[in-house]
Design a binder for this molecule. Sequence first.
Ligand code: CAO
Length: 564
Amino acid sequence: MSEQEIKVPDLGGAEDVEVIELLVSVGDTVEAEDPILTIETDKASVELPSPGAGKISSLSVEVGDKLNDGDVVGMLEASDGADSDDSGDSDAETEESEKPEEKEAEQEASSESESETEESKPAARKKSAGSRKETVLVPPLDGMENVPVIEINVSEGDTLEVDSPLVTVESDKASMEIPSPYAGKVDKVLVAEGDELSEGDKILEMTVAEEEGDDEDDEQEESSAESGQESQPAPDAESQQDKPEESAPQPQGATYEPPSPGTKVHAGPAVRKLARELGADLTRIKGSGPKSRILKDDVQSYIKSQLQQSQQGGSVGTGSGIPGVKLPDFSQFGEVRREPMSRMMSVTAVNMQRSWLNVPHVTQFEDADITDMEAFRQSQKAAGEKKGVKITPLPFILKACAAALAELPQFNVSLDMERKEVVRKQYIHIGIAVDTHNGLMVPVIRDVDQKGLWELAEESAELAQKARDRQLKPAEMQGACFTITSLGGIGGTAFTPIVNTPEVAILGVSKASMQPVWDGSEFQPRLMLPLSLSYDHRAVNGADAARFTALLGQLLGDIRTLLL
Ligand code: CAO
C-alpha cells in the first residue's frame, strides 16, 4: 500500500478557484477518475478526478477553500495492484509530457476555431433594415470537444438578453451553460438535446436589433477577434443596470446563477448525473450550495422526502409538501416506553392519512326513527336464537344502505382523477368496520342488495368473528363500494368517519336512544338512531348527501319500504 497525493490539475490559467462541494469523505473507496470534489471557476464547474483507485486517507480542503494549480487536496491510499507512488509520478510525468502537446493542440484548435469563427461569423451575418441576423456559434469550451447538449434553454421566438443561457453542455468532468452573446429574438434553434458540440458549431440563428453605432461595434468586434480576444457585444448601460449582479456579462461558457431561479438549474455534472439516475427533477430542488447551487445532498434529501411522502399515503402532488410533525423528547416530561407499531396499525395509519389528505370530506347528519324497526327486531329474537343467528340493527342498516345506493347511484362510484373518469359500479358490496384487538378491519359483504336480513345477520357476524380471529382472507376485505362503521353497540351521539377511499361515502352509526319527538300535537317517545354520512365532495354534492340520509331515515323508519 502506498500513498499518493491528490492534486489540483492545470486550471487553464484560473486562480483561487473555489471548492464548492466535497464528493468523498475520508475512508471512502474510489476508482481512478472518480470525482473527488467540485471546483467552480467563473467559466465552468469542474470535478477534480481521483488520480487512481484506492481509499481516501485524508482530505485537506473544505468547501469554500480557494485552490490553484498543483495544490494538494488530500491523500489516496492506493489499493493493491493499483498505481503506486511511482506510477503516480509516472502519471504525473505523462501528464507533464502530454501537457505541452495538449496545449499546442489546444492552441491549434483554438486558433483554428477562432479563424473559423471569424470566417463563419461575417458569412452567417445577414443585415436587414433595423436588425441583423446572427448565427450564434459555440465559444471556446476550455479544450473540450464533442460535448453533449443536456439541456436546451431557449425556443424559437424567445426574446433573449445578452448572456441569457442558450444551451447547457456537459462532459464527464464539467457542465457549462453557453450564454447568448447578443440580445434579440431566436429565429431557429439548430441543436437538439444529445447533439455533441465543439467550438465553432452553430447553436442557433437570431435576429439582433441594430442600434446606432452597431457598425462601430462590429468593427470593434472584428478587430478584437483579430487580436485573439473573445468578442462580446457590450450591452447598453441601461440593461446592465437592470440586471441582477449574477447576470452581469460573463465570459463565454460561464456557468452563472440563472435569471429565474426554480426553472434553470445550477448544478455540477455529478449532481446532474445523480439526479438523472434517481429520476429527480432538478428544477424542483432548492440548492443549498453557494449561489443556490444544487449539491448531491440536496438531491438525496429531495428524493428521501418524496419517498416519505408517498409512503405516508400521498402520491406526489396529492397531499405532498405538508410539513411533518416533529416529536419532542417526551422523556423530559416523564418516563416513556417505546414499542414498534403493529403492521396493521401502520397500514391503517397510512390508509387513514391517504384518505384524509386526498378526499375533501363533508359529513351529513340525520336521525332515523327506528322505533318500529326495533319492535320488529325484538320480535325476531326468538326466531334468531332458533337459527343460531343474532339479529342486531346492522343487517337492517345494510339493507337500507343497499337500497339507497341503488336509488342514488352517484354514491356507488369511484373517481379516476388521472383519467378524469367516474367508475360506476354495477354491484353493491358493502364493507363493515370491525373493532378487533389488533385494530380496525373492514370485511366486505358482497351483493347486499340480493341478500335477506337473516343472511346478512349471519354473514356480518361470521365476518366480524373471522376479523377478530385474524382469519380473514385478503379477498374478503376487497371490493367494497361503501362502508358502514357502527359504534352503536358502544355509544356516542355522532361522529365524522373518514371515507374509505376510493369509495366515496361511509355511514357512521351511533347509539340509538329514546328521544321526545313532536308528532304535530304531542311529544312521542321514539327510538332515534343517529346517522353520520361522510362523503367525498368531489363525487357527491351536499343535496344528494341530504337525500341519501333522508332516504335512509325513511327506509329504517318503515322497513316495509325495503321490500318495495
Ligand atoms: N344503537 C343501540 N344499540 C346498538 C346499536 C345501535 N346503533 N348497534 C348495535 N347495538 C346493540 C346490539 O343490538 C347489541 O345489543 P343486543 O345484544 O341487546 O342486541 C349490542 O349493541 C352489541 O352489538 P354488536 O356490536 O355486537 O353487533 P353489531 O351487529 O351492531 O355490530 C360490529 C357488529 C362488527 C359492527 C361491531 O361489533 C363493531 O365492531 N363495531 C365497531 C366498529 C368500529 O370500530 N368502527 C370505528 C371505525 S373508525 O375507527
